[in-house]
Design a protein around this ligand. Structure first.
Ligand code: MG
Ligand code: ZN
Length: 210
């Protein structure tokens, strides 16, 4: 495992240098299957695509379902099928970027494979990670999967409209997240209802402006 991560980190460093030279900010978007990553992306693109130039890399085990949804939002999208692999790694991103004109982009968003474990372990050369955690997954997830929340600059608590139907304790989830990662930004959204997205997109724009 150490050797695999070492080889990955070498390519991640090359990716990071390439992104810096081309002036593009890269977000690695993480979260469980069904947490709402693709829906968050659709809503984000609808709000930002006329303000900044965005492209998306979609990681998926076998299908192009998410990439087709992103394509309908009118931005360039590159599909990576991992053939069952449970995360994206730096060489996959390096290869996918050959098909993109990075210099013309402001923001490149990578939707990683749905998984709370190893996508957090593989640096792809991104500027920052963000994790989508839906209310229906349970408030225990930050403490059960601490690495992904320690590594993330932001967490999007999605499906907040379902809060009253669950036993999700918002206060304790927020406390756990802040204990694990004091500077973490926490957003509360319902991507299907379109609520809470203004703060999220304003934060994302501020990351690109830097
Ligand atoms: Mg998805
Ligand atoms: Zn994996």
């Amino acid at each position: 495992m150490k050797n695999i991560l070492g080889a990955n980190d070498e390519v991640a460093a090359l990716n990071r240098q390439m992104f810096a030279e081309r002036g593009v900010i890269v977000m690695n978007l993480l979260g469980s299957p069904g947490s709402g990553k693709t829906t968050l992306l659709e809503k984000t693109l609808a709000r930002l695509a006329d303000k900044i130039k965005i492209a998306v890399i979609e990681g998926d085990l076998f299908t192009a379902k998410d990439a087709e949804r992103i394509e309908r939002a009118g931005v360039d999208v590159i599909q990576i099928n991992t053939a069952g692999g449970c995360h994206l790694d730096a060489p996959m991103i390096q290869k996918a970027c050959a098909a993109l004109n990075l210099a013309e982009l402001d923001l490149l968003i990578v939707e990683n494979v749905g998984n709370l474990v190893c996508p957090a372990e593989f640096d792809i050369g991104e500027n920052f990670k963000a994790t989508v955690l839906s209310i229906t997954e349970g408030d225990d997830k930050p403490l059960k999967y601490p690495l992904i929340f320690k590594e993330s600059a932001a967490v999007v608590l999605n499906k907040i409209d379902l809060l009253e139907f669950t036993n999700f304790d918002l206060k304790s989830a927020r406390e756990d997240l802040t204990t694990l990662n004091p500077p973490i930004k926490i957003f509360e959204t319902s991507c299907t209802r379109g609520t809470g997205l203004d703060d999220w997109t304003a934060w994302l724009l501020s990351k690109v402006a830097k």
